[in-house]
Ligand binder design. Structure first.
Ligand SMILES: Nc1nc2c(c(=O)[nH]1)N[C@H]1C(S)=C(S)[C@@H](COP(=O)(O)O)O[C@H]1N2
Ligand SMILES: [Mo]
Length: 323
């Protein structure tokens, strides 16, 4: 049983504690009892308190804090990792946690292509070192009407964009995610695979838009989009593509999965907007995951509460038309 020093983190995946080691470690931690638990970090103690947590490779990441973090308490690790939308692993909320174990997240390369001066393929472990990792506690609002607060670990997507050096023709960025039926036997034909999303260049460069590698201080669980996904906190969750394999810079607004599926329900912009209802339900309020079955729904905020930082990008645009 080796306790990792801070300098031991950020290891390539090959050196990550294997599952069996992690389980031994849990046994060891449990043996400490309550007094010992108090000496552990908040995360560690928190996770100990959840006996049916899915065992996963425990890789602590080294990260700094961010001024962009929300001050709200994060949703529990259990809820963040067991109430997911990841249709490649099934459409029920608990299916990604159950089935995403078959996703092979190493080796993994991300191709950067299209309108860039430096097209390249980059290994995810190198990508993770492109900028200092930060914890970004972000509100996350799904178009279905529920929300969470997630302590992501990542850094601004702008680090990748600056490395790729987009040409003057690059007006949008498209994110294409992995699709492999062998790894995703529960995918079915519910969407037009591979899942694809896109942002306008200014949205992609915005300091709030992050590339995410982890949550709660550790590498991302597969069901949350390992090994790399984005999160765009002022937009509905579906804009935040999981398990990205291609980042493509393009001149025209790219086709996106949900928009292609039902363009009257899911627009390209998909900024959180309590005043523009989904055709089949209101967007005025949200159910806070983990708040309890009978707790009141909470009012949804314009741009999910990030308006001060992002509203300027949409000035002059009719947000009813560009939903
Ligand atoms: N590849 C892929 N990415 C995806 C999805 C998906 O089904 N496949 N679902 C989206 C939706 S609708 C939401 S709300 C978020 C959920 O992220 P979370 O499970 O980490 O909360 O991922 C988004 N990214
Ligand atoms: Mo969503």
């Amino acid at each position: 049983m080796v306790i990792k020093k801070p300098s031991d983190v950020n290891l390539p995946y090959s050196e990550v504690t294997p599952k069996s080691g992690y389980l031994d470690r849990r046994k060891f931690i449990t043996g400490l009892g309550l007094a010992g638990a108090a000496a552990l970090s908040g995360y560690e103690a928190f996770k100990m308190a959840q006996p049916d947590e899915v065992a996963h490779a425990s890789t602590k990441l080294t990260f700094g804090k961010s001024a962009y973090s929300d001050t709200q308490a994060p949703t529990s690790f259990k809820d963040i990792t067991h109430y997911n939308n990841y249709y490649e692993f099934g459409t029920d909320k608990d299916e990604p946690a159950e089935y995403a174990g078959t996703l092979k997240t190493r080796p993994w390369t991300v191709a950067i292509e299209g309108e860039v001066k430096k097209p390249q393929s980059i290994d995810v472990d190198s990508l993770m070192k492109l900028a200092p990792l930060e914890e970004r506690i972000y509100r996350h609002r799904c178009v279905e009407g529920w929300s969470m607060v997630i302590p992501w670990i990542g850094f601004p997507l702008s680090a990748l964009i600056n490395r790729a050096q987009p040409t003057s023709k690059a007006k949008y960025v498209q994110f294409i995610t992995l699709f492999d039926r062998q790894q995703m036997p529960h995918a079915g034909n519910v969407l037009d695979w591979p899942y694809s999303e896109g942002l306008r260049m200014d949205e992609a460069m915005h300091p709030l838009t992050i590339l995410v590698f982890g949550l709660y201080g550790e590498l991302l669980p597969n069901q949350n989009g390992a090994p790399v996904r984005i999160h765009v906190p002022w937009k509905y969750g579906f804009k935040s593509a999981k398990s990205i394999v291609k980042v493509r810079f393009v001149e025209q607004q790219p086709p996106t999965t949900w928009n292609a599926m039902a363009s009257n329900e899911y627009g390209f912009y998909s900024n959180v907007n309590p005043e523009v209802d989904h055709p089949r339900w209101s967007q005025a309020t949200e159910r806070v995951i983990g708040a309890g079955l009978f707790s009141a729904r909470k009012p949804t905020q314009m741009f999910n509460g990030y308006g001060k930082l992002v509203a300027g990008m949409y000035s002059g645009m009719d947000l009813r038309k560009y939903y």
